[in-house]
Ligand binder design. Structure first.
Ligand code: FE2
Length: 362
């Protein structure tokens, strides 16, 4: 690789070009020559240079304009420009500085002065090049590390979600519900949350929290949980405890979606009119996630087969949900439910009881 610094000399007088070339070539630089501003810009396009010695008064395009253009372009703005001029006028020097010139040489040029200016500006350019390379390297290293971190985070997230799914499935094994029920109702909950305008992060948290709604059932005796007939009042008292038991299983977590899972477990049987359990909370005193999961849970129970019932038709299920608007369910959540009908049916179709997948997707 040729690492010789490249210097572009721009002057409309051949004599000046030759003079500068004769001065600089013996120092081991690569010299490029241009006779006017337009040619200078073309040369720089073709070959990136490290320094420009630029005459001011030239035909076609003067040195001020050349400097302005080079300094306005991200690719060329770091190239140092030395204005070489016979002008002693202060106003012109100011104009040159404003155009982006980094230094001056006065014609007729002094050999030592040329050497000094060129050497020091090339040093600055080399340092800047090094810094730019270093920054690029750092940026790509940071991007690479960020990618790795994101991958590792995704892996942890997927495995912790899978753990939750497997644990909730373990608790559901005692019940008539299936793994597909968990997936349907958590996806229903997320879709309804989305229709209610909740942000993406909250929707995702609800997707992960909803499966934990019935983990407390693990604490309900089999003779009650699996009783084929209707529960008597005493048995109901125990059955209702699955909400609080779920809350106790999940309480005190540092993970946001498990804390949300705790809320879901405790509040998914509360009703809008205050007749639900375990606390008989009313209206907006019921956390929104509980109001959302309530409708998702009921809709799935209605449209699914149970040992004691065939699935209700969609029409009948919709009717029951409409009837519950303002009594069992939050009216706004019911509206969001019906606004999401298409997506809900797609989820119902995707997670049918016979095929189960541990991966859930919106
Ligand atoms: Fe429940």
């Amino acid at each position: 690789m040729n690492t010789k610094p490249k210097i572009l000399v721009v002057d409309d007088e051949s004599r000046n070009l030759r003079l500068m070339e004769a001065l600089l070539l013996p120092l081991g630089y690569d010299i490029l020559l241009a006779r006017d501003g337009v040619e200078a810009l073309e040369k720089i396009q073709e070959t990136p240079v490290d320094l420009i010695l630029l005459d001011i008064m030239m035909p076609k395009m003067d040195g001020f304009e050349v400097a302005r253009r080079l300094k306005a372009d991200d690719d060329t703005k770091i190239i140092p420009i030395v204005m070489v001029t016979a002008l002693q006028d202060v106003a012109d020097r100011i104009k040159a500085l404003e155009s982006g010139a980094d230094d001056f040489l006065t014609k007729p040029v002094d050999k030592i002065e040329v050497y000094a200016r060129v050497a020091s500006l090339l040093k600055v350019k080399a340092y800047n090049d090094h810094m730019i390379d270093y920054q690029k390297k750092l940026e790509s290293e940071v991007a690479e590390r960020t990618k790795e971190l994101r991958k590792a985070f995704e892996k942890i997230k997927v495995s912790s979600l899978e753990t939750i799914y497997r644990l909730t499935r373990a608790s559901e094994y005692k019940d008539e519900d299936t793994g597909a029920h968990i997936q349907r109702m958590s996806n229903y909950s997320a879709v309804i949350a989305q229709a209610m305008g909740l942000n993406e992060r909250t929707v995702e948290s609800i997707l992960y929290a909803a499966p934990m709604h019935d983990v407390g059932k693990i604490g309900i005796p089999d003779k009650i949980l699996l009783k084929p007939g209707k529960l008597d009042p005493d048995e109901w008292v125990i059955m209702k405890q699955h909400t609080l038991m779920g809350g106790r299983i999940l309480e005190g977590s540092h993970a946001g979606f498990i804390r949300l899972g705790e809320t879901v477990a405790v509040t998914h049987h509360e009703k809008w009119d205050g007749t639900g359990y375990p606390k008989g909370l009313k209206g907006k005193n019921i956390p929104l996630v509980g109001r959302i999961v309530a409708i998702a849970d009921v809709f799935d129970a209605l449209t699914s087969k149970r040992p004691y019932k065939e699935p209700f038709s969609l029409e009948k299920s919709y009717e029951i949900i409409k009837e519950g608007r303002g009594t069992h369910f939050d009216p706004d959540v019911v509206d969001a439910f019906f606004a999401s009908e298409e997506k809900l049916l797609a989820i119902k179709e995707k997670f049918r009881d016979e095929h189960e997948s541990l991966l859930i997707r919106l």
